[in-house]
Design a protein around this ligand. Sequence first.
Ligand code: ATP
Ligand code: MN
Length: 532
Amino acid sequence: MTPFLLEDYGITVEDVRRNLPPSKLYEEAIRYDARTRIADSGALVAYSGAKTGRSPKDKRIVRRPQSEKDIWWGPVNVALEPHSFEINRERAKDYLNTRDRLYCVDGFAGWDPDHRVKVRVICTRPYHALYMHIMLIRPSRDELESFGRPDYVIYNAGQFPANRLTAGMTSQTSVDISIEDGEVVILGTEYAGEMKKAVFTIMNYLMPRRGILSMHCSATADKKTDRSSVLFGLSGTGKTTLSADPKRRLIGDDEHCWADDGIFNIEGGCYAKTIDLTPESEPEIFQALHFGAVLENVVLDEADRHVDFFDHRITENTRGAYPIELIRNVKVPAIAGHPTDVIFLTCDAFAVLPPVSKLSPAQAMYHFISGYTAKVAGTEMGITEPEATFSACFGGPFLVWHPTKYAELLAAKMRRHHTHTWLVNTGWSGGPYGVGKRMKLAMTRAIIDAIHGGGLVHTPTKPDPVFGFGVVTHCPNVPKEILWPRDAWGDESEYDSAASRLAGLFRDNFRQYEANAGPELTSAGPAMGIAT
Ligand code: ATP
Ligand code: MN
């Protein structure tokens, strides 16, 4: 057999190992990557080094004439001049060329064959190759043979830093995406999630151009009707956790597209947070973390190779990646019918938003554009106050077009398919972080079940005096007093001031969109002051 070479890309390494199966990647990881281990469960345990999460400030898009006017330039899409991109690409290739062997993973993004994108990953660490083998859609043997030229190539030289003196660099980390060249260059970070989110960013550019909505959401399908339900939410709000649901079929946990004939998953695997994971609370995910899965940055008992999911020492953001087939109720190919329900997940650490509210179409757009959640500051920083974050379309860091492009697509599709919209708070109840408690997972699951059962649509709601949406006040298996947050707090006046503070943050954030939002959307937000 002729060896597989990457000379066309200026890669001179002669030993290129393409699409190795997981068992071989395990062997390579153990042989060449000193810190890699095999956990007692059979998962491959690897470490990403200094970076244990994404580096959003270091993501850059190459500014070129063809796509320049399409892009929402600013802190999310930092412009990189073509010359600096070429320097970074050269630097990445120079680094790759110093290696004795490289790994190449070819796969697809998007389960719908009409819209799938061919992606090639070139990397140095076996664990990165296994990760992308998991996260991309795995081609069949025939598809691999006829793969041809990929649409996008990711050069992962994450072990090697960017040169701070290169124009446009602000640190040693840079994740550069060139839409026209079909290339991604990674320098200075070995966090595996950068690769999957680079693919998502590319899809967020390509799909809306075809009238397809790309979405930062998980998705499940009804076992009988095949109609889907999508759960939007920022990091840590519960997309992955709540989509692992034995009563439904899993379509995917993080990235989907809504096309004319239904929805499809972009990925071949899931990437779950594993901090404090237990087999009791998240059985589907726990049982998926066996042979063929990657565990990233978890702490392992050196003696018996048992993973301690409660150990936060390396990072709060410990992760497990597993092929989607390892979830028992998965639907493959991961394609389903139009959504009956769109659910916005928010982790409100201020305990203001109700566990579940029904949104009108205008309120749905308002909350989609706002993309509210709260970040709970890490205890290691000594900060106890949670911080509100607003991230457009519940996926700000991955948007490429202006948020209104995605919002308009969502509005049109929801109208056409009579989709209901819900706002679900998976965060705090009874008082803010430090006083109240996080909503019990079992309770949130009961709410999601009630939405999927179709019953909640017909339950009467009570308008929220500050935010205006319809609060669901009766839901099976959820205590009534929790459903109306003002009752769940010990002190009503404290609740009122917390609510008006949060409403103020919503209004401040929305100001940036007011100019082109129109009156309907502007009035769909929280009212001024509290009605008494
Ligand atoms: P990312 O975009 O980073 O992948 P995500 O939205 O998929 O984030 P999850 O991985 O589902 O987030 O993380 C939610 C975390 O919160 C899990 O660790 C879960 O156990 C925990 N959790 C606690 N209470 C709840 C709740 N009521 N609802 C959902 N998740 C909860
Ligand atoms: Mn997730």
